[in-house]
Write a protein that binds this ligand. Structure first.
Ligand SMILES: CC(C)(COP(=O)(O)OP(=O)(O)OC[C@H]1O[C@@H](n2cnc3c(N)ncnc32)[C@H](O)[C@@H]1OP(=O)(O)O)[C@@H](O)C(=O)NCCC(=O)NCCS
Length: 187
């Protein structure tokens, strides 16, 4: 598969800006992610939970980008791009079926102001436009109320619950599946 190129210029709506991660972001990213809500809803199998793991994840993410399967971006304030607000990714990119998924988390200090909603809107428009994606998926735990609100605010349709979908912290977890189609976003 073709490598995924970082949007150039970076995606922004004037409030949030989505940029590549830099090695110097490792400490802030670790601090941002070390909070109770991020730990509760993210799988340690997928998200780094220690500072050295963050550096290793940057290298792994670059391999995914080159392989064309995922693009990982830092969510930063447009007027202070060295400050980390959170992380976003377009992942499970499948050019055969023109499908991809979007994921995100925010640092505690960046919540409650619409940064995740803005991020998903920017990424939806980019995946539909640049990647020609025809179906964008968003998944979360059934009890992740804040994430469900992000999906709803961005116009995603709730399709149902995938039972026992993930291996999650020594047990298994259901997943709510949302999707957005290009025709939805034009509504
Ligand atoms: C999921 C998560 C990113 C949502 O964060 P959030 O701050 O609630 O989401 P947004 O950035 O879109 O902000 C929306 C909130 O800001 C408020 N807001 C303020 N200005 C806003 C604006 N211009 N646009 C949208 N919302 C705005 C909304 O009212 C909303 O608050 P509410 O939930 O009390 O109604 C966050 O809870 C998180 O990081 N959780 C842990 C990790 C996680 O669960 N990731 C997702 C896995 S699927």
């Amino acid at each position: 598969m073709a490598e995924l190129r970082y949007p150039d210029p970076p995606l922004t709506d004037g409030t949030v800006l989505l940029r590549p991660w830099h090695p110097a972001d490792a400490r802030q990213r670790f601090e941002a992610f070390s909070d109770e809500l991020c730990q509760r809803f993210s799988s340690p199998r997928l998200e780094p939970t220690t500072e050295p793991e963050v550096a290793a994840a940057f290298a792994r993410n670059e391999q995914e980008r080159l392989a064309g399967t995922a693009l990982n971006l830092a969510i930063v304030p447009a007027d202070d791009p060295e400050r980390i607000w959170g992380a976003a990714s377009v992942y499970d990119v499948d050019p055969v079926h023109a499908r991809a998924a979007v994921g995100y988390w925010l640092a505690p200090w960046a919540r409650g102001r619409g940064a995740a909603t803005r991020t998903v809107r920017l990424l939806a428009s980019w995946t539909f436009g640049t990647l020609a994606v025809q179906r964008l998926e968003l998944t979360c735990a059934p009890d992740n109320a804040a994430s469900i609100r992000v999906a709803e605010r961005c116009g995603f349709t709730r399709e149902g619950v995938l039972r026992s979908h993930l291996r999650f912290k020594e047990t298994r977890r259901d997943t709510v599946m949302f999707s957005l189609l290009p025709s939805d976003s034009a509504r």
